[in-house]
Design a protein around this ligand. Structure first.
Ligand SMILES: NC(=O)c1ccc[n+]([C@@H]2O[C@H](COP(=O)([O-])OP(=O)(O)OC[C@H]3O[C@@H](n4cnc5c(N)ncnc54)[C@H](O)[C@@H]3O)[C@@H](O)[C@H]2O)c1
Ligand SMILES: [Fe+2]
Length: 389
C-alpha cells in the first residue's frame, strides 16, 4: 500500500485488447486526429514482421504515413534523435509505435522531445517531462515490456553506459492496442525473455512499497496468466490461447508496475544491459530467482500470495512453504527456458569485476531498489550480482 494511503492510476485513455484489434489501427489514428503519422518500428519488423502490413493499411486508408525504422534493441539517444529528425522532416502530427519495447520507448521519447526543448538526458528520473508530447498510438509486437500502457521509457546513453529510466505521465500512449496476433512470430528465446520480463513486472509491482489495491488486482491476474502459460507459449509457438494469455498478462503487468513501480530486480538489471548489452528480459530473468530469495523476508505474506496465485501452494499451506515454492519455481522456470547465468551469458570475469561496484551504485541511483520490500545496501547488491554471476 502506498504509505500515504492515496491511490492513483494512470493509464492510456484508450486501451484495446484482443486478437485482431490492430486491424482497426487506421480508424484509431484518424479518430484521435492524426493525419500525418510517423510509424516508429525496427528494420526487421518493417521488412519481415507485422509492421510492414500495418504501414500499408495506414497508407491505403489515405493517411500521409512516414516511416522511421532505425531503432536497435535497447534503444539509444541516437535512435531517439533520429526519430525526432524524422518527425520534423515528415511534419508529423502524431506517432504510431509498432514493435517491442525498443521501438515503443524510442517513439515515446521522440514524441515527448518534439514538444519539450531540453536535452533528452534531462528526462531521466521521475516526472521530468514538462509538456505533453505528440499523440502516440502504441502497438506491441512482443508480450513483454507492457510499454504500450506504461509511463516509462528506457533509453541508453552510450556515452556514459547508463540505461536511463524516464517516468512521466507525458510518456503515456493516447491509445494502446494489445493484439496477441502480432506476437505469434516471436521465436522461443525472445518469447521466454520477454515473458520473464512481464512476470518480473507483475511480481515487483505486487511486492512494491507503492502497491495499491488497483495495482494488486492487475499484478496478481498477470502473475496467474503468465505463470500458467509461459512454458506453453515457448514450447508451442502456434498455441493461440497461450499467446493471448501472455499478451494480456504483459499488458496487465505493465499497467501494474507503471503505477506501483518496479523494484530491485529491474534496478539491478538495467546496469547489466548498459554494460554488457544483454537483452532486457534476459538480464531480469537471470537475476529473478536470486533477488527473490533475498527479498522474500521483506514481505513474506505478499510473496506467498503470488505463489498461491500461480498455483504453487494452497491457502492452507504456511507462507514460508509458499515462498520457498515460488523461489523453486523461478529457478525451475529458468532451467526450463535455458536462461544462463551471467558468466554463461558471456560476461567476462575481468570486465564484471571492474564494473560491479559501479553497477550497484547505478542500481541504487535509479531509485527502483527503494521500492523493494527488503532494503538492499550497495554491498548486498554487489553480493547479489556475484551470486548471479
Ligand atoms: N517502457 C517500459 O515500460 C519498458 C518496460 C520494460 C522494458 N523496457 C525496455 O524495452 C526494451 C526491450 O523490449 P523488448 O524486450 O520488447 O524487445 P525489443 O523491442 O528490443 O526487440 C527485440 C528483438 O525482437 C524482435 N521482434 C519484436 N517483435 C517481434 C515479432 N513479433 N516477431 C519476431 N521478432 C520480433 C525485434 O525485431 C528485435 O530484434 C528494452 O530497452 C527495455 O529496457 C521498457
Ligand atoms: Fe522490464
Amino acid at each position: 500500500m502506498a504509505t500515504d494511503g492515496h491511490i492513483e492510476l494512470h493509464l492510456p485513455q484508450d486501451l484495446l485488447i484482443g486478437g485482431g484489434t490492430s486491424d482497426d489501427l487506421s480508424d484509431h489514428v484518424a479518430r484521435v486526429g492524426i493525419a500525418r503519422p510517423l510509424v516508429v518500428s525496427d528494420r526487421f519488423l518493417l521488412d519481415e514482421g507485422p509492421a510492414g502490413p500495418l504501414v500499408e493499411r495506414l497508407s491505403s486508408a489515405g493517411l500521409a504515413v512516414g516511416v522511421f525504422g532505425d531503432v536497435q534493441p535497447d534503444p539509444t539517444v541516437a535512435n531517439v534523435n533520429g526519430a525526432l529528425d524524422a518527425l520534423r522532416a515528415h511534419e508529423a502530427d502524431g506517432v504510431v509505435a509498432i514493435g517491442g519495447g525498443s521501438p515503443m520507448d524510442t517513439a515515446k521519447a521522440a514524441a515527448a522531445a518534439s514538444t519539450n526543448d531540453r536535452d533528452l538526458r534531462d528526462f531521466a528520473g521521475y516526472h521530468q517531462v514538462p509538456n505533453p508530447g505528440l499523440p502516440l498510438i502504441a502497438v506491441p509486437t512482443t508480450a513483454g515490456t507492457g510499454s504500450e500502457v506504461t509511463r516509462v521509457a528506457v533509453i541508453t546513453d552510450t556515452e556514459r553506459d547508463v540505461k536511463m529510466m524516464m517516468l512521466d505521465g507525458h510518456l503515456l500512449a493516447r491509445v494502446a492496442i494489445s493484439d496477441y496476433k502480432l506476437t505469434m512470430s516471436t521465436p522461443p528465446a525472445l518469447t521466454s525473455w520477454v515473458g520473464v520480463d512481464s512476470l518480473t513486472h507483475a511480481i515487483e509491482a505486487y511486492v512494491s512499497k507503492k502497491a495499491s489495491v488497483l495495482t494488486d488486482m492487475l499484478a496478481l491476474k498477470a502473475a496467474r496468466l503468465i505463470g500458467a502459460h509461459m512454458r506453453r507459449a515457448v514450447q508451442h509457438p502456434d498455441d493461440e490461447e497461450a499467446r493471448e494469455a501472455m499478451m494480456l498478462g504483459a499488458t496487465l503487468a505493465g499497467a501494474a508496475f507503471s503505477n506501483a513501480s518496479v523494484a530491485l530486480v529491474h534496478g539491478m538489471s538495467r546496469p547489466i544491459g548498459a554494460h554488457f548489452h544483454l537483452a532486457h528480459g534476459l538480464s531480469n530473468a537471470l537475476l529473478l530467482p536470486t533477488v527473490t530469495r533475498f527479498s522474500v523476508d521483506g514481505a513474506p505474506g505478499r510473496y506467498a500470495t503470488i505463489a498461491r496465485e500461480m498455483g504453487l501452494a494452497t491457502a492452507e499451506e504456511a507462507d514460508g512453504v509458499a515462498t520457498a515454492r515460488l523461489v523453486d519455481e523461478l529457478e525451475a522456470l529458468n532451467a526450463d527456458l535455458e536462461i544462463p547465468s551471467l558468466s554463461a551469458a558471456g560476461v567476462e570475469r575481468d570486465h564484471f569485476d571492474r564494473v560491479v561496484e559501479d553497477m550497484a551504485q547505478a542500481a541504487l541511483d535509479s531509485g527502483s531498489p527503494g521500492f523493494n520490500p527488503q532494503p538492499a545496501t550497495k554491498d548486498e547488491i554487489v553480493a547479489l550480482y556475484r551470486q548471479a554471476y
